[in-house]
Design a protein around this ligand. Sequence first.
Ligand SMILES: Cc1cc2nc3c(=O)[nH]c(=O)nc-3n(C[C@H](O)[C@H](O)[C@H](O)COP(=O)(O)OP(=O)(O)OC[C@H]3O[C@@H](n4cnc5c(N)ncnc54)[C@H](O)[C@@H]3O)c2cc1C
Length: 626
Amino acid sequence: MSSHGASNTTTTTHLNKRESAGVLEVEYANEVWYLVAGVIGVALVIHALSITWAWYARRSARSQDNVQTAQPPKGAASLWNVPAAVLTASRIGFLRWRLPFTELTVVEALLTVIYLVALLVWEFVTTLDLTPKSWANRAGHLAALQMPLLVALSSKNSVITAITGIGHEKLNIMHRILSRCILILTWVHLWGRYRINAASMLNEPWKRLGLAAGIAQTLLTFLSIKSLRQMCYEFFVASHIILVLVFLTTLQYHCYMAGFAFYIWPCWIIWAIDRFGRLGRVLLFNFILRVRDSKARVEPLGGDTTRVTLRRRVLGGWTAGQHVFVSFPTLGPGQSHPFTIANVAPEKGSQEAEMVFVVRACSGLTRKLLQRAEEYGKHELPVTIDGPYGCPPDLSPFKTCIFIAGGSGVSFVLPRMIDLFRAVSAGKAHARRVVFVWAVRAESHLEWVAPELAYALTSAPPGLSFSAEVFITAANAASLQVLEKTASLDADVGSPIDSTSASRTPSITTEARAPGTPSPSSEKFPEGEETPVAPASVESDLEAGKREAADAWMLSTLARRVGRPNLHAILEAEIGVAQGPVSVDVSGPDPLVDSVRSALSSGFAGPMAVLRGAPTVQLNVEQFRM
Ligand SMILES: Cc1cc2nc3c(=O)[nH]c(=O)nc-3n(C[C@H](O)[C@H](O)[C@H](O)COP(=O)(O)OP(=O)(O)OC[C@H]3O[C@@H](n4cnc5c(N)ncnc54)[C@H](O)[C@@H]3O)c2cc1C
């Protein structure tokens, strides 16, 4: 009797322990969700604050435009500048500094460490002396519950992008980080089950499927390591799709048997919404909203580059700096590659418009595209697009906007600059100073975006101080003389900053145009009816030869320099005299982007300078990779 009672007590204690372990597991699972919701909430608040600040800055800029207020003197530290100095310090510390040997910013690295540590604490806290029975299944539970988030972070059409303003290409970094955290939990789960009873690990089909899911997930994660991914991207994409399907299907059954299927169903739903969203756009913009000529015009340009032009009716247009996924079914069936739209959308957003892409040849489809263009010259190819995607930051609140591009990075910064000019002309943006710096290897590379660049040079609104410089980095001695000559011809039109800085290059300043002098644009570019503002209309309105002559004339007014730009000096000079917030857009090769990051982390743009009245600087980087 007493032994029976003792055994009852043991069973009850055991059940209580199991019950309380189950309760704890659910509690910790909920806490993981609170953490995730908290992080997304912080991103949402930052997004909302930046929208509110942009609105406020535009409003106060408008009132300052009407009543010219004296700017507070720079030099002495002021308590009023403390919030701006704190903002600057956090931008530098969290967003501009990178961890050595990784592409992670400090904020991304910190988030990763905090998240992983939090997961491991939830995994092992109150685990009854670390006996595997108390943590093995919890690891599986914690891993499974993050699956919907993992899929959402990989989506092109995601609610997270909609509420935080973070584009899919940036969320992809978090997708990779999260997948590694989940993999660690999966391994802990498998190790725990092995420690409990190795023989019972595979004694039922659902357990075997669980192991299969773990193997698929391990392969998935390893094959997405940067070096492997870059070595053969198409293999990565194909293997990713197959392994994801294997992983989700096996996991679905495993979790169903374990009582957690409700974590996996949402993954299929999120994935399906994304896929249907993409399919819907492809059908709408390529087949339903038909255009007269749906093929892409492909032409070879110098420097391993191809220019692709196509026409589409994109409802609502696109925001300058956005990209689309382009597919050439006859060249690379099943492949779609992201390219930034190098021109601006027509102002009436939904009309048929030309989209221009400047494509640098790598070794896959882009190389094939170039080879074909070199073989056939200018020719046409069937094409479909999916997009537009991306959330380029708003430039309307900034007084000084600096655009820096290296090579094909001009596809990102040039349309953003043209768009800014439009917004200033329409009174929707308040830039007073715009600087454009483009580093190219050869002068012939100016052809890549000749019509857009020529258009930009003529569309700077009156009253805006505008400086445009091109740096030819691989020019030889002969071209050096020619270029210096060109530069000196331009030297009579200087912006305020150029007149104070002898080392700076000559620039085009719209203020310098004599009153009554017709703008070059009105002389050269009659406006088309379909796309009155976009440079795309140039081609349809002028014969090719005439257009080239117009572009050449326009580009001859552009200041050129030989050698690499001294970005530190340029930024220091501009920020030193800037009145009001400054934005810097940069796109191009890593060394160029790194030098901008490092310049903007140094003294003249640092928190101490801001405390003494220097402007805050927002840095927008586009590096053409995910
Ligand atoms: C948001 C964004 C905008 C971009 N805009 C431009 C642009 O305007 N002009 C331009 O020349 N390039 C741009 N790129 C880069 C361009 O997408 C790749 O260079 C191109 O896809 C390489 O194709 P490939 O088959 O020749 O590549 P490969 O030689 O096979 O690979 C070269 C590199 O490109 C990456 N890559 C390959 N295929 C894809 C793909 N389908 N999706 C994403 N990355 C891929 C790989 O990581 C690899 O490192 C952009 C990239 C992104 C993410």
